[in-house]
Design a protein around this ligand. Structure first.
Ligand code: B12
Ligand code: SF4
Length: 431
């Protein structure tokens, strides 16, 4: 079968830009569509093509003409969900392909895609489920009972499929098909340094339960890791790519395994630099593991500090302490590991809250602070809690840089303080 996998274009709308002319808060990120490469790696008996509309925004019509698909798969995060639906409509207008939607938004909020232009929704890990679905479509057998696969029923409630989400669903024996995006490789750069960066997944899901986090939808709540030799194999496939981003939500969620992975990377002789996500409490409890990873090439860690006081961390069920964050910063500074620090500002922030966070960032060495706005993403525990407060339901704005609930400060003031905080904290940013 001809299977056409589509990564949506950079999208999402910006309230500060549209209403107040503040353009600095809109973020454009680049990176390869690893989800689609993973899916393609398990479709060895088919002709598969990947279209990355982030790199080639006008490519859809041309590619549909050149490669008439039997099945079209589209991925997307929440702020891309409307665009994903529009793409599905365009595909249906252009051809008779079966349209399948998967990814983090489909997994957390499948009902959104219960639309006439969509035939199936795949929730969760998806690599095995999609291959099984393609197989069922090819042999014209019933796909509705496949774990993780939902047949759309516009106008009626979706039927929840049985969910599996085990290591077997990761189909680790088949590596991602990196070849399929080789034509886009020059787009996947670390802008600040102008060097190419590749993505590798080593773990899925997370053992924690932060209120705002949508990652649970990826695995249905579990934490699954790939075997170490698989991770080393996949990194090795990205030939001549100096920087590898381990895209896991939490690379170090199983410390014993993460230690073994660090050792294997060191011994592999791959000689890459790594960027990986870790929690601050893991840094504090296992500094020796960080030292070992640094020797293996760990250049930077991404840490969700989120907030600067214990009450706020508790309210978001972060299961962590401000003192842990401070200690982790000190350890990483000592080791010389670059810190990319995620912080979440609440729409309830007042002038004092902005001042406090500004002072915190001014007085600590966090190399690249990333500041987002607390957003109740559909499918999260936060969404259930805050649903009644949401004033903006248009998912185009769910970029994590807009307030979709009412701001305590006047809205323009909120965004101008947010923009100033970001600009100030990025003055000496480095990666
Ligand atoms: C790499 C990454 C990116 C890359 C994406 C590369 C690309 N696709 O073009 C870049 C840097 C571009 C990016 C951008 C953004 N990102 Co981002 N990103 C990630 C990250 C770190 C990893 C995603 C990944 O590759 N995972 C590995 C793959 C293999 O797993 P997966 O995506 O879940 O895919 C599997 C299944 O979901 C399923 N599947 C996925 N798609 C499909 C499609 C079909 C048809 C099927 C059958 C199955 C299927 O199968 C896959 C294989 O098992 C995640 C956090 C995380 N750890 O997941 C955040 C994450 C996805 N990003 C997030 C956000 C918010 C953004 C931005 C909005 C940031 C911003 N402010 O601009 C932008 C969105 C883009 C835009 N502006 O238009 C959020 C999404 C939350 C949400 N629910 O919306 C996440 C979860 C991080 C977070 N803060 O919590 N991101
Ligand atoms: S620790 Fe990170 S990935 Fe895990 S639930 Fe919390 S925010 Fe999500």
């Amino acid at each position: 079968m001809n299977i056409f996998l589509i990564n949506p274009p950079n999208c999402g709308r910006s309230i500060p830009e549209e209403r107040y002319g503040i353009t600095s808060l809109k973020q454009i990120f680049r990176g390869e569509p690893l989800a689609l490469e993973e899916l393609a790696g398990n479709l060895l008996e088919h002709n598969v093509r990947i279209l990355d509309l982030k790199a080639d925004p006008d490519g859809l019509d041309r590619e549909l003409r050149e490669f008439p698909p039997d099945v079209v798969g589209i991925t997307g995060v929440t702020c891309e969900a409307n665009t994903v639906l529009q793409l599905a409509v365009k595909v249906k207008e252009a051809c008779r392909a079966i349209v399948v939607i998967g990814g983090i938004h489909a997994s957390n909020d499948p009902g959104f895609f219960n639309h006439a232009a969509v035939d199936y929704i795949v929730v969760g890990i998806g690599k095995k489920a999609f291959a099984d679905l393609v197989c069922a479509l090819e042999s014209d057998t019933d796909a509705s009972a496949l774990p993780g696969v939902m047949r759309t029923r516009p106008g009626r409630a979706l039927e929840r499929p049985p969910l599996r989400n085990t290591v077997a669903d990761l189909v680790v024996e088949h590596s991602p098909n990196y070849e399929l995006v080789s034509r886009y490789r020059s787009h996947y750069i670390l802008e600040k340094l102008g060097i190419t960066m590749g993505f590798v997944a080593s773990a899925f899901g997370c053992p924690h339960r932060c209120l705002f986090c949508s990652i649970q939808g990826q695995t249905g709540g579990g934490y699954l890791t790939k075997p170490i030799e698989t991770v080393v194999r996949d990194i090795g496939l990205l030939v001549d790519i100096p920087v590898i981003r381990l895209v896991d939500a939490n690379t170090f969620g199983d410390v014993k395994r993460a230690t073994a992975l660090g050792r294997a990377l060191f011994e592999s002789g791959l000689k890459r630099q790594y960027l990986a996500d870790i929690r601050s409490d893991t840094v504090v409890r296992h500094p020796e593991m960080l030292r070992q990873w640094q020797e293996a090439g760990l250049r930077a860690v991404i840490i969700g500090f989120e907030e600067i006081d214990d009450a706020s961390l508790l309210a978001m069920n972060k299961a962590n302490k401000a003192s842990m964050n401070a200690e982790a910063i000190a350890i990483l500074n000592d080791l010389g590991i670059t810190i990319v620090g995620d912080f979440i500002i609440s729409p309830d922030y007042d002038e004092d809250d902005f001042d406090r966070l500004g002072t915190y960032l001014d007085t600590r060495r966090i190399d690249l602070p990333m500041i987002t706005v607390m957003t109740p993403l559909p499918g999260t525990a936060l969404y259930l809690q805050e649903h009644h407060r949401i004033i903006n339901h248009n998912l185009d704005y769910y970029t994590l840089t807009n307030a979709v609930t009412t701001t305590k400060l006047a809205e323009e003031r909120f965004y101008s303080r947010y923009a100033a905080l970001l600009a100030n904290s990025h003055q000496n940013a480095r990666l």
